[in-house]
Write a protein that binds this ligand. Structure first.
Ligand code: PA5
Length: 450
């Protein structure tokens, strides 16, 4: 299903460099399956696809069907791991102009995302477009205390109560959170919202196949059974550690071998604009999992061919600490042809009757060759099509590879201690109760800088 092609990596990387990592991969594999890793309380994602399918999805699908029938718009409120997976899958599966399609074509509500930043302008813009619509909210927060979604939810909830009244609003709010802890759980229980549970043993960035992703995706018309089915296939396929058979572990080993040669930044490159949010999901997964203890490959992403006209120069000739992982789809369903027009002066007749996909593919091969020649090793990850099944497979592929890669690097791939630092400063500046001492210290520090 997923293939990893190293043909354009060979100039910088030899087979034995990554095959030599087999013993370390074996150890990582054992640690994961025997729950002996650092962060072993967060390994629930490893068998999540099969367990979720076996347990059944009836309740979640029933609620999603209600949203699809009754809502004009669904606003999904969350950030980081409680946001990126759902948005990645939504934008992958549904067309870019989904919200502009007729209700009949969509078969369900318009979909919006909020609570993933703190911009007042963005909130005003959203409220404007929601005006007069029957709106459902799905607020998603494992901790139940994250500032961005909590603030957005308060604004949206107040707006919804004003629009629909207290009782209706309660029925139109769905909360996805911890089973017993946190402010959102307390509020949801008090208000009687329908709730969905984020399992204790699945961290945010590994949670797309829990209700965090599944509820909004089912509400948006994504076939979540096929998504899980694809992930389950991956779970079965990657149950062995042999690097020659397991492309997920091979990807982990290769990126590690490259890191050891000074390739400290990885670019995820894609040629389909609908992969943009998938790349954002991938960045969080790898950035938060590996970037710690002064180690880690810095993950960035580019959308080609657009970014060849902005970042292409740097990638071709800038600092040589880069490698590139290109994500492609063998068949994307597009059959648009360039029309023949022999009398035209545009010099394009040599492309007459070629599909845009064909041209895009040639651009991809040309770029891979150029970048590899320029000292940017290129890995190619291909999937057969853009179906939910392939996407589910790919989610699992990257999660497993990420866990193994973090273990090869010698870090705990399941924690994120570094994200607290800015929060302490922000709470101090915002005057949050309990942060009085930090508030005083930070004010003095800022004054001394002026
Ligand atoms: O991966 C993570 O743990 C983070 O990105 C969290 O998902 C993010 O901070 C949101 O947290 P919460 O779901 O608690 O609101």
């Amino acid at each position: 299903m997923v293939t990893l092609d190293l043909s354009f990596a060979h100039l910088e990387l030899h087979d034995d460099e990554w095959i030599q990592l087999q013993p370390y991969i074996n150890t990582a594999h054992q640690q994961l399956h025997k729950k002996e890793t650092p962060g072993s309380d967060f390994l629930g994602w490893l068998h999540l696809p099969s367990q979720t399918l076996d347990r059944g999805l009836d309740n979640l699908l029933e609620v999603a069907a209600e949203v699809r029938e009754h809502a004009d718009a669904l606003v999904v409120v969350g950030i980081g791991g409680s946001y990126l997976g759902a948005r990645a899958a939504f934008e992958w599966v549904q067309p870019p102009y989904y919200n502009q399609l007729s209700r009949e074509k969509r078969g369900g509500p318009e979909i919006y995302f909020a609570g993933n930043q703190l911009s007042g302008q963005a909130m005003e813009d959203l409220l404007q477009v929601l005006e007069g619509k029957r709106v459902y909210l799905n607020v998603i927060s494992k901790s139940g205390t994250t500032t961005e979604p909590a603030v957005a939810f308060r604004v949206l909830r107040n707006w919804l109560v004003r629009q629909s009244g207290e009782d209706a609003a309660k029925k139109q709010i769905l909360a996805t959170t911890d089973k017993s802890k946190g402010a959102l759980r307390t509020l949801a229980d008090e208000e009687g919202y329908k709730t969905f549970v984020i399992p204790d043993d699945v961290g945010g960035r590994y949670s797309v196949l829990t209700p965090v992703g599944l509820l909004p995706l089912a509400s948006a018309g994504v076939d979540i059974r096929m998504l899980l089915q694809g992930a389950r296939e991956a779970e079965e396929k990657y149950a062995r550690s042999d690097l020659t058979e397991n492309p997920a572990y091979r990807y982990a080993a290769v990126r590690n071998a490259l890191y050891r040669k000074g390739k400290t930044a990885e670019i995820l490159a894609y040629y389909e604009p609908s992969f943009q949010m998938f790349a954002e999901w991938w960045k969080q997964l790898y950035g938060e999992s590996e970037g710690k203890d002064n180690k880690g490959i810095f993950p960035v992403s580019v959308g080609y061919t657009t970014d060849l006209h902005s970042l292409g120069q740097y990638i071709q000739e800038g600092v040589r600490n880069l490698f590139e992982t290109v994500l492609t789809v063998d068949y994307n369903g597009d059959e648009i042809q360039i029309p023949s027009q022999p009398d035209s002066e545009d010099g394009l007749e040599y492309l007459a009757d070629k599909t845009l996909s064909w041209v895009n593919n040639k651009a991809r091969v040309a770029t891979q060759l150029a970048h590899a020649d320029g000292g940017v090793p290129n890995l190619l990850i291909s999937i057969p099509d853009k179906t939910e099944k392939s996407l589910g497979h790919l989610f699992y592929f990257f999660e497993l590879a990420c866990a193994a890669s973090g273990l090869l690097l010698g870090v705990n791939p399941f924690n994120q201690p570094g994200v607290e630092a800015y929060k302490v400063n922000m709470f101090a500046l915002l005057g949050k109760p309990g942060f009085e001492e930090q508030s005083q210290a930070i004010r003095e520090r800022l004054n001394s800088l002026r």
